[in-house]
Each structure stands twice: as structure tokens, then as C-alpha cells.
Design a protein around this ligand. Sequence first.
Ligand code: OGA
Ligand code: NI
Length: 348
Amino acid sequence: METVALCGGIKELSASIHGQQIPASYAFPPELRDSGVSNVVQATVPTIDLQLLRSHSDEERSEAIRSLGRACEEWGFFHLIKHGVSESLRQRMMAAGRQFFELPPPEKLKYTGKHVLDPIRYGTSFNSSVDQVLCWRDYLKVITHPVLNFPESPPELRSAVEEYSRLLREIAGELLGGISESLGLESPYIEREVQWDKGFQTVVINFYPRCPQPELALGIPPHSDHGLLTILAQSGVDGLQVKHDGHWVPVTPLPGSFLVNVGDHLEILTNGRYKSIEHRAMVNSDKERMSIAAAHGPCLDTVVSPAEQLLNQGGNPLQYGKMTYREYFEVQQSNQLRGKACLNIVKV
Ligand code: OGA
Ligand code: NI
């Protein structure tokens, strides 16, 4: 593990593996790989059309809000189409992110974070100092709101991250407005409760090199995301699987779409009505893969509590206690990823 940290990430390590075997420290035992479910089935993740949610026709907008509510309740994951973010911006992000990982290790290691709230963090695995099994993944995590950060190099990252994070935050805000309404809460209920103007946003660029033993390794083990909504772009190589009805469902992105998922704090805020969903990233032996996850959370100092209006409806007692988002984030990011275990720390 030390040598990985010293010479760079899995990108450097995978390039130095001769032969077909991965180091034993990257082989996941079945219980960590599958999180209780081993079968993979094909099913269709719902699709939400953002243009309909933006519609001036009340009828179209109401229908879009109902679809959004159903997608959050039944899946916790949906494709987002007609979102207005250009393909060229997505490609600029992917290309600049790729260039970052191409930098010589010392350039990247400057950003080896000491604390999970450092503005820019480069690393490997999830949390290589505590991970029991290492993930076949390198990452660059950049905090982009309330203060925008970006690495100096490559220079292309700056404008791409600035524009991308701004547009995705707008979209996340629109979705949260629609989600408030889908719950019968007046928009902007959620934005107000979470102090959205100071909302915490991170852009995480994930890099998964080719892996000679993809049946043993994982890019990211099963987990749910902290925060309210994650908006994910994939590079065109499949790998994401989501847990649905007790099966793993591979998600092939619709061209040009984003994949949006409900995070732990939306589960808390809705008292469990919209649940965060476990997902994992598989790796493969043919092609490297990248993804960009933009995570949108409350203001770090906010204590998210279940909406009163959603309590006791149909006998739904309070399920989650009080904790600042900052405290939750620190616990989630400093431990190993293990399914939805982190949420237990706020369950009453
Ligand atoms: C994440 C994540 C999935 C992927 O970054 O939290 O789940 O497909 N990524 O890279
Ligand atoms: Ni995730």
C-alpha cells in the first residue's frame, strides 16, 4: 500500500504490472463485492426530461414532477436528458481530467490531501489509509461551491470546471425544486432547509485503468453517496451498476445524458421516502474508463432533519437524528465504503 502511495496511483501501478495478476490487496472477497446480492439483471432505469420540468405548460410540468417523484421513490436513480449541457463541455471536462491523471506523479502528489475537506484532493482507491481492499481507481476531488477551486495544471481544467460546476449546480437546484413539489412541499422547501445558496458541491473525476482481473477488482465497492443529488457523467465505457429490487442492474448511459442519484441527505430529509441507493463501479480488461461525479449537498453547517410534513403520514415515525452535514461528510469520507453503513450513524 505504501508503494502505491509513493509512486502515484493505480494508473502508475497498473502500467507496471507485467503478467495477468493483480496484487492480492486489490482482490475483493464476495461479501464486500456484492453487498449481499450477487445476481446481475437487465432492467431499465427511468428517464427524466429536464425540458419538461422547465415547461411553461402546467400540465407538462406537473407530469414531469410526478415522473421525477416516481423515479426517486422507485429507483433512486434516473437518466437525465435534454439538460442543456453541451457535449463539447462534457468532452472538455473528460479530456482535461484525463490530462490531469497524465501528469508526472510529483505534480499530482502535491494534492494528496491531508484532510477530507482540503479544496483539491488527488488520491487512489477510496481512502487508501483505511481501505481493507484497495479500489482500482484514482480520483481528483475538487470543491467547487461555495468556493470554486481548481488545480493549476492542466490549464484547461480551470474554465471547464468553472462552467461545468456552475451549470450542474443550476440543474441540481431545479431538480431539488421539482423534488420538493413531488413531495407536496412548497418549492423551494429543500433549497431553504439546506441553505442551498451556500450548498456544498464537489466535482470528482474518477479514473479506472484497464484491469487484467476485472472479476476480482472493483473500481468503487457498493456504497450510497453523501449529500442530496449526485449527477454523473460516464466516458462511454460501461461500469456502473445500481442495486434495484435486490439485483445489480448495469446502467449503460443514454448518449449525452447524465445519471442522477438520490444521496443520503435526501433520504434523511424525506424521512426515508426517497432512499439513497447502493451502486458500484466495475472495471474491465479492454478499456480504461472515466466518470465525473458532481455531488451536491447542503451547506456544511446545516443540520438536515426530516421534513415535519412527511412524518407520521401513514405511520412514518422519525427515522433520523440530527447531525451537521460537515460531520457526516467527514465520517463518510474518512472510513471505508461499506454499502449504506454510514447512514446508521444518524438513524434513531
Ligand atoms: C462515485 C461513484 C460511479 C462511477 O464517484 O461516487 O459512484 O461510475 N462513481 O464512477
Ligand atoms: Ni457514488
